[in-house]
Design a protein around this ligand. Structure first.
Ligand code: AMP
Length: 117
């Protein structure tokens, strides 16, 4: 963890291993673990190890780490044999972001309708 990590950030603690999670994959810059409240048969959160509040901030801080996070999501989709999948990044409280450490939701394993709710 970097020195500017908020002590109270849930996902920083999961990355650090001080809060348990059902980890399904990891890479140099990212960690993937199952969501506690799954909205689909596969619902995995993919987070950068670096603490930034949202995905756009990750893109600004490090495009390479953003690519690593997206790449890990795709790898998990392959691991789970998903024929198709959806990646969601709720950004801001108005869009239902509740944890302000950047993360992707990887959703699949059922029919995914469009438009989303
Ligand atoms: P968001 O609302 O987009 O910020 O997504 C945060 C997600 O984190 C939600 O889908 C929660 O169900 C999930 N979540 C919260 N706490 C945990 C935890 N300890 N382990 C795994 N997922 C969690």
């Amino acid at each position: 963890m970097s020195e500017n990590v908020p002590e109270d950030c849930l996902f920083c603690r999961i990355v650090a291993g001080t809060i348990p999670a059902d980890v399904v994959a990891e890479s140099e810059h990212s960690l993937a673990f199952r969501d506690l409240d799954p909205q689909a048969p596969t619902h995995v959160l993919v987070v950068p190890r670096r603490h930034v509040p949202d995905l756009a901030a990750l893109a600004t801080a490090s495009p390479g780490e953003l690519a690593d996070t997206v790449g890990l999501a795709a790898a998990v989709a392959g691991q789970e044999h998903l024929p198709g999948y959806r990646i969601v990044a709720n950004t801001g409280a108005a869009a239902q972001q509740s944890v302000f450490h950047a993360h992707l939701h990887l959703l699949g394993g059922r029919e995914l309708r469009w438009p989303p709710g």
